[in-house]
Design a protein around this ligand. Structure first.
Ligand code: BES
Ligand code: ZN
Length: 617
């Protein structure tokens, strides 16, 4: 119904050339009453207690009232113990404020309602986190790379910031923040903020993030971290094991930054550093501003997976500067970022590599679309009543990217670059929803150059299911050659030894493995493994692609390696499909259970939740 309404509104208004401006849709994943009163500045004062695996201290909110009569401030919270709440009166005197935690909602957590006195402009919430705080992972020393010191990190996107800070947890709102963090003296704390490189390691750290950011970008990590610069504006934070390797792997980061700034406007955040996390980090990367969080599984020694850095860096514009205002509109973050990432890869590593990565992404999207409900394959998601963690797929990423690629192809690079730059500039430090984007697109591109692409076509991409026919492809000569050679092997025209694999990049390997028939005979799998040691690959992408082929075929030699991988790595994108495939193979269900029992304590709460769902069927 709503969709129909939007569609007719857009169609009508595109006919009339007048756009009906509508209030931004509400964020269905937040209790916060930001329309009446909102935080504009947040100050944290937290102690990191590794013995209790707990953060405790206070969050101070500087408030702006939109409704002068507002008498309540509603914050989001999840699994927090609220100890007391104070509010400052007009003279700056702190007094107790009444508060109540509402009923638990399985997805959103609990509203924390604070009674405001008429003049109060600041509120301080004293609290501590609990074992159920889903946005934090506490690792003991044995679970880290160096195995000497414990480690803590946060992952707030999409709605987990509320599990370690009581705040208005919606991307429709931006706050600037500062923090004082106390840790054991031998450890270093870092945040998505100004990380002074010369900070004395004394267990007492101060941070400032002067630019306003959405709550999901507030981030912290504490561990035996060290810093190594890569260039004037980029560097690595990591445990010692990774420091030099990461600096070598990601040495092109400055180049990427320079190219990105030239394309879409000056880098808006000062420094860009990378934090290398333990292998349990649940994502490939997370674009926390000034300090992207990165999985160590992309440190391969050959820069083969650095598109992840291009991706997280691109978020400095698409996502961090212009932010999806609610989680239905995730494609505005991820689709733009995938598009931007591919553009950066083409500029820094050449169009041939970018075309291979593009083609692999399209394959991933097609695989996801085949498995998803059609309703979940529209660009704008319908997440009402659902956990945003459960609905993420390649649709927001790659279908979003393809729509933008289509527009670039049709309007030409020059016009489309200018359009994107204007978009980032006009909406910098603001939140964006699909409706507003479409309006901007209509005015700044479709109507400016009429007859090139119609709004109807765009709406089909945004609200319609599946992948529209005629989606843009990038041709890869390298992949075409691999496909041809693979065919020749299958038709017994050549042997495996005759394949020019010595020159293959990781991408060509991935294409090769993905193209292999899904019903290969055990002897063929063994032949491939004997020739190329695919079961032993130390490249996580190659290993997982090979496992996706071989687990359903119950190819036993891969199983011990699968176990090792699952015990070591916690990146959800890899481990969830592997568990699913093991469970779908009736001969390996017991094996899957046995591995999970052993591996579970090392996984992030988000990863555990996803695997638990796979086990529940
Ligand atoms: N922002 C995302 C990670 C994310 C998305 C976390 C939604 C929680 C909810 C990050 O930028 C990302 O997309 N990471 C990808 C890497 C990428 C190259 C596609 C990942 O982790 O695999
Ligand atoms: Zn992303």
């Amino acid at each position: 119904m709503l969709k129909l309404w939007i569609l007719t509104t857009l169609l009508l208004s595109s006919c009339l050339s007048v756009f009906i401006v509508k209030a931004a849709p509400l964020d269905q994943h937040s209790f916060a009453n930001i329309d009446a009163v909102y935080t504009n500045k947040l100050s944290l004062d937290l102690t990191v207690d590794f013995d209790k695996q707990q953060l405790h201290g206070f969050a101070e909110h500087e408030l702006t009232r939109k409704d002068p009569k507002v008498s309540q401030l509603i914050l989001d919270s999840r699994a927090l113990v609220i100890e007391k709440v104070l509010q400052a009166d007009s003279k700056g005197q702190w007094r107790t404020a009444a508060f109540a935690l509402g009923a638990v909602d399985a997805i959103k957590g609990q509203p924390l309602t604070i009674t405001l006195s008429p003049a109060s402009s600041k509120v301080r919430v004293y609290y501590r986190t609990t074992a159920e705080s889903s946005g934090l992972q506490w690792l003991n020393a044995a679970q880290t790379s160096e195995k000497q010191q414990p480690f803590l990190f946060s992952q707030s996107q999409a709605i987990h910031a509320r599990s370690w800070i009581p705040l208005q947890d919606t991307p429709a709102l931006r706050v600037s923040y500062q923090a004082r963090i106390r840790t054991p003296t031998q450890l270093l704390a870092v945040m998505s903020a100004d990380n002074s490189k010369n900070t004395e390691r004394d267990g007492d750290y101060q941070f400032v993030m002067p630019q306003p950011i959405p709550a999901y970008l507030i981030a912290i990590a504490v561990g035996d971290l060290h810093f190594q610069p890569m260039s004037a504006h980029t560097g690595i934070y990591a445990e010692k094991t990774w420091l030099a390797k990461a600096a070598a792997e990601f040495s092109d980061t400055q180049k990427m930054m320079d190219v990105a700034s030239k394309l879409y406007g000056e880098y808006p955040w000062g420094r860009y550093d990378l934090l290398i996390l333990p292998a349990s980090f649940p994502f490939g990367g997370m674009e926390n501003p000034r300090l992207s969080f990165i999985t160590p599984t992309v440190i391969t020694g050959d820069k083969s997976l650095v598109s992840l850095i291009a991706h997280e860096l691109a978020h400095s514009w698409s996502g961090n500067l212009v932010t999806n205002s609610n989680w239905n509109d995730l494609w505005l973050n991820e689709g733009f970022t995938n598009f931007f990432e591919n553009r950066l890869m083409a500029e820094v590593y050449g169009p041939a590599r970018a075309a291979m990565e593009y083609s692999l992404s399209v394959k991933d999207l097609q695989r996801d679309i085949a498995e998803l409900e059609p309703a979940d394959t529209a660009l704008q998601l319908q997440l009402a009543g659902r956990d945003p963690d459960d609905a993420f797929s390649q649709v927001a990423y790659v279908k979003g990217q393809l729509l933008l690629q289509l527009l670039e192809n049709k309007f030409g690079r020059e016009k489309f670059d200018a359009f994107i730059s204007a978009y980032f500039q006009k909406f910098a430090f603001q939140s964006m929803d699909t409706q507003t984007f479409l309006q901007f697109l209509q005015q700044q591109l479709l109507e400016k150059y009429p007859g090139v692409v119609s709004m109807t076509e765009v709406l089909q991409w945004v609200f319609g299911p599946g992948l529209p026919a005629g989606f843009p492809m990038q041709h890869s000569d390298a992949f075409a050659l691999v496909s041809k050679q693979l065919q020749a092997w299958q038709q017994h025209e050549i042997t495996l030894a005759a394949l020019p694999t010595i020159t293959w990049t990781v991408h060509e390997w991935l294409h090769f493995i993905n193209q292999l028939p899904r019903d290969l005979a055990p002897a063929k799998l063994a032949e491939l493994d004997a020739a190329f040691a695919l079961s032993q690959s130390s490249n996580a992408e190659i290993f997982v692609a090979w496992s996706r082929l071989t687990i359903p075929l119950n190819y036993l030699p891969v199983m011990p390696q699968v176990k090792q991988f699952l015990l070591h790595v916690g990146r959800t994108k890899f481990v969830v499909p592997l568990y699913r495939l093991l469970l779908e193979n009736s001969a390996q269900q017991g094996f899957a259970k046995e591995i999970y029992q052993q591996a579970k304590p090392g996984y992030h709460p988000l990863t555990q939740a996803q695997i638990d769902k796979a086990f529940a069927g």
